[in-house]
Design a protein around this ligand. Structure first.
Ligand code: FEO
Length: 407
């Protein structure tokens, strides 16, 4: 679909973003059933500026929009609040037409761009409170790191009272209309976006919100989804609420172990139950959670991972491999958060039993503290195996308690 729309956000700020109705997944793992938008803005000031570029694949459409608002060679500044390629993907293309433009970003942003852009460019590193005079308008920069990369910041256009926040307060939601009061309810999309992109960085979100509270905001110009001219306060409040709820619930329990598994015929499930009994025998103070993750929403798996302080992963071996839900679980393990958690593997197999070894190696690579010698069981765990599984669980539970007590 050709996207020719340009919108007046204020008389001097134009939305020149791209609507991507067709995207199926974002960042490979994030389902985008409502599509997304790559919001880019043009500021028609004494010195012309662009805020955020767009994904590289939309160059022709974006260029058409730029040419309709300005001669590209007259663009003097390109401000990147965040350099993930959905926002920086067309920077190099633009710089080829605007070789005199200065790229403005945080120190991290400019460092990342050195490896993303293959041509020399002028740059301006900005930090908290720095301003940029556009002639008749002023930009002020607000440091807001880790939302959702270390490079992120917000840009405040003082005269128009517009706050540009890139990923923060955004959503993967694409409709014909772009203003929040004209689109259908998209709360599920907003929440899903928050959960996947921003929630892990909740403490940074709270710091950023504290900084923007004193601003007399007229409008928040996000990097994805609707432009917030009516409901920005509600979405900022919701982001604060979700961040606080997450931080309150995400402190790992002292003695919480998660047995996450998939099971084709119930054998690996039975193994999980026997191991769980053994763990409880080791110490009945241990909270044991078992979870069949085959169809569990990724957000729920992530919550379980966040709250546990020890992890067992179970999988049958199929075609000498483990299974897709287990690989998705691996993708949710965050070594910054989960490093050092005690971990082990188990699973049923028919002919060979590679899954436990694959799981064990992956958990090691993800910096967990692996109890080696994952438990493999040929087909179902028959009588003799049940005692061994309980012993395996008991051993895991004792090691977990010893680790918790610093023994
Ligand atoms: Fe929309 Fe983190 O990029």
């Amino acid at each position: 679909m050709t996207d020719s729309k340009i919108l007046d956000v204020t008389p001097d700020v134009k939305w020149i973003g791209i609507r991507d109705y067709d995207i199926v997944t974002f960042d490979i793992v994030m389902e985008t059933k409502y599509g997304t938008t790559y919001n880019s803005y043009f500021i028609n000031a004494g010195k012309k500026a662009v805020i955020e570029t767009t994904k590289a694949t939309f160059w022709d459409t974006w260029l058409d929009k730029i040419e309709r608002v300005a001669d590209p060679s007259e663009i003097e500044y390109v401000i990147l609040n965040h350099t993930e390629p959905d926002h920086s993907g067309n920077l190099e293309n633009l710089l080829r037409l605007a070789p005199g433009a200065t790229v403005v970003g945080s120190g991290n942003a400019l460092r990342y761009l050195e490896d993303m852009v293959s041509i020399p460019f002028k740059s301006m590193k900005v930090k908290e409170g720095d301003t940029l005079d556009l002639g008749n308008k002023t930009l002020r920069f607000i440091s807001a790191p880790n939302l959702h990369w270390p490079d992120t910041m917000y840009t405040w256009l003082e005269e128009d009272r517009v706050l540009f926040t890139c990923d923060s307060f955004g959503a993967h939601f694409c409709t014909e209309e772009m203003f929040d009061d004209l689109v259908p309810d998209y709360h599920d999309s907003f929440k899903y976006y928050f959960d996947v992109i921003l929630k892990p960085y909740s403490k940074f979100m709270l710091k950023a919100i504290e900084k923007i509270r004193p601003l007399d905001i007229s409008l928040i110009a996000t990097g994805h989804g609707p432009i917030l001219r009516s409901n920005w306060k509600k979405l900022v409040d919701l982001s604060e609420q979700y961040s606080r709820e997450y931080l309150a619930s995400s402190q790992p329990e002292d003695k919480n172990v998660l047995l996450a598994y998939v099971s084709a015929y119930g054998y690996t499930k039975q193994m999980a139950e026997h191991i769980a009994e053994g763990i409880r025998e080791a110490d009945n103070a241990i909270i044991v959670e078992t979870a069949d993750i085959e169809t569990m929403p990724l957000g729920d798996v992530d919550s379980l991972l966040t709250r546990c302080n020890a992890l067992l992963v179970g999988s049958p071996t199929i075609n000498q491999n483990t299974l897709l839900p287990v690989y998705k679980l691996f993708a949710l393990i965050n070594p910054l958060r989960d490093k050092g958690k005690l971990a082990a593997s188990f699973g049923s197999y028919g002919w060979s039993g590679e899954a436990t070894g694959i799981i064990e190696e992956t958990l090691k690579n993800l910096k967990l503290n692996v109890m080696e010698g994952g438990f493999s069981s040929k087909f179902y765990p028959h009588a003799g195996k049940i005692d061994e599984l309980r012993e395996f669980g008991k051993k895991f539970g004792k090691r977990m308690m010893a680790t918790a007590e610093g023994v």
